[in-house]
Write a protein that binds this ligand. Sequence first.
Ligand SMILES: Cc1cc2nc3c(=O)[nH]c(=O)nc-3n(C[C@H](O)[C@H](O)[C@H](O)COP(=O)(O)O)c2cc1C
Length: 196
Amino acid sequence: MNMKYKVLSALLGACCLSTVPVCGQPKNSEGAPSAENAVIETIYARRSIRRFKPQPVSRELMKIILDCGINAPNGQNRQSWEVRVVDNPEWDSENIVRRGFFNAPVMVFVANDPTYPFSQIDCGLLCENMMLAAQSLGIGSICVASPVRAIRQSPALLEKLGFSEGYELLICVGFGYADQSPEAKPRDPGKVKFVE
Ligand SMILES: Cc1cc2nc3c(=O)[nH]c(=O)nc-3n(C[C@H](O)[C@H](O)[C@H](O)COP(=O)(O)O)c2cc1C
C-alpha cells in the first residue's frame, strides 16, 4: 500500500469509527471542540499560521494535500483552477513574495478562469480542502492574498509560474510545520439563522 492510501485509509478509518454529531458544535465539558470526529476536530484545530519552522514538507505529503485540493467540489466539474507549487527556497531569490507567505517553506499559487462565474468559489473550496488535509497531517497553512499584488507587479515571477493563457492568479496558500499555536479567532454565530 503506498503512502497516499495508507494516510487516506487511516483518515477514513478515523471517520468511520467516530460518532457524527447531528447538530451544533460538538464540545467537550471544557467547552473545547470534541475529538469524537476526526474531520470536525481538524476543522476546529486549523488556524492561520504566521510563523513556520524552516523544516521542508516532503513532496509525498504535499502530493496528498494537493490531491485533496483538486478533489474539492467545483462547478460542473470544470476544475476552473490551475495550481503551481514552489518548494525551492531559491525560487524567489529577490524575496518578492516570501514575506507575504510568512516564510512558509511551500508556496502554492492558485489561478482561476475568470470566464467561469463560479471559478473563485471553486478555488476557495480547493484551498480549504488543502488546508484541512494539511492540518490533518500535522502541517500548518496560511491563505494569503497579499502576494497576489506583488506577483502581478512582477512579470518575471508570473512567467515563471507559467499559468495557462486566460488564467489569473487569484489566491495563495503557504504550507509548513507550524512554529506557533494561535488561539482561534472569535466567530459570530449570529450570522447563521434557521429560517422557518
Ligand atoms: C481570501 C483570504 C485572504 C487572506 N489573506 C491574508 C493575507 O494576505 N495575510 C494574512 O496574514 N492573512 C490572510 N488571510 C487569513 C485570514 O486573516 C484568517 O483566515 C482569518 O483572520 C481567520 O483566522 P483563522 O484562519 O486562524 O481562523 C486570508 C484569508 C482568506 C480566506
